[in-house]
Design a protein around this ligand. Structure first.
Ligand SMILES: [Zn+2]
Length: 347
């Protein structure tokens, strides 16, 4: 092919251009035809050897070819770039900062439950869980809660539709209103000595406000063995309270009534905000109620078949949200359940 054979150069360039698929291939193509040492540059080298008339004609054809090839390279550049964007390998910029992965974490309530359970398991307790749908017997009767007790009222408990089985009296089911039915289950299925903590969800038909929710969490604990005394209960709870709220807190036991324990007490800790001086959190009293407890009632032992003459035991129960709110100074229980990451990320 002659360098000045414009038409054959154009045909050759066009057929070669069809096979170009990479930016490098396109650059080689551009240099071959339009580069400083390319075919067109070499063709124009013969201009001085031509006559005046031939020069004009040659120059005109050369310019047309140059324009055609420039347009061809520009067009080709677009399709090569479009193809190239399909493969990310050429677009990785190692200098860019990385994209941080959002890591999940445990919910603050789960963290507090784990912390409470860890404290008790260090003292030899084991963790046992039970179902959230319970029989009325396990939730009330087995725990010595009499038929007329207000907590059995439908205003205080979510009852489920009874199963329609005409052959037997229907078993009443409910959403457990405390974790204590697991006491009944565990004491029936295991032999003393028992030392068990029970974390879990409980349900009560309370209107939702800053301190109430229809669902919340409790941790229940109980210990049954020969010769267990109220002082054992006090000792265990002191380890718990200091473990959760710090070595400097004080505790007090106030006499109280629960159907399933006798004697019973409510436990207060010295206010962690004002250290007992009195503030708005503790209602100027200097004390904060944290849990209920007592010695397991002999009637509960009777229901589960444990001899109350041989064995004694204690039980305690606490609301996890309350513990978490006191521990972290949170003033609204709803924050735990709204799934607002701005809140949850702080734990
Ligand atoms: Zn206070």
């Amino acid at each position: 092919m002659q360098a000045n054979d414009f038409e054959s150069i154009r045909i050759q360039a066009e057929s070669e251009a069809v096979t170009i698929s990479t930016p490098q291939g396109l650059e080689e193509f551009r240099l071959k035809y339009l580069g400083r040492k390319g075919l067109l540059a070499r063709a124009s080298a013969i201009i001085p050897t031509l006559s005046q008339e031939e020069r004009a004609e040659f120059g005109r054809k050369l310019n047309i070819l140059k324009k055609a090839l420039t347009v061809l390279v520009e067009e080709k550049a677009k399709t090569v770039a479009a193809k190239d964007s399909g493969s990310s390998i050429n677009r990785i910029d190692l200098g860019l900062p990385g994209i941080a992965q959002e890591l999940g974490r445990l919910h603050p309530i789960t963290q507090v439950i784990d912390e409470i359970c860890a404290l008790f398991t260090r003292m030899g307790f084991i963790v046992v869980e039970g179902p959230e749908i319970e029989t009325e017997y396990n939730n009330f009767t087995g725990l010595n809660i009499p038929l007329e007790h207000p907590s059995r009222d439908t205003f205080d408990t979510f009852y489920l539709k009874p199963k329609t089985d005409n052959l037997k009296p229907a078993t009443k089911y409910l959403l457990r209103s405390h974790t204590s039915p697991v006491q009944v289950r565990a004491m029936k299925s295991r032999k003393p000595p028992l030392s068990i903590v029970v974390p879990g969800r409980v349900y009560r038909p309370d209107a939702v406000d800053a301190s109430h929710s229809f669902m919340f969490h409790q941790v229940e604990g109980f210990l049954v063995d020969k010769g267990i005394k109220f002082s054992d209960l006090k000792g265990i709870l002191e380890v718990f309270a200091k473990g959760i709220f710090g070595e400097n807190i004080k505790m007090r036991f106030r006499p109280h009534f629960f159907p399933f324990t006798e004697p019973s007490a409510e436990v207060d800790i010295s206010c962690i905000i004002c250290q007992g001086k009195g503030c708005s959190v503790c209602g100027r009293k200097g004390w904060l109620e944290v849990l209920g407890c007592g010695m397991i009632h002999p009637n509960v032992f009777k229901h589960v078949g444990i001899n109350a003459k041989t064995y004694t035991g204690f039980a305690f129960g606490m609301g996890v949200e309350r513990i978490a709110m006191l521990k972290y100074g949170i003033n609204d229980i709803r924050l735990f359940f709204e799934n607002d990451l701005r809140f949850l990320k702080q734990f």
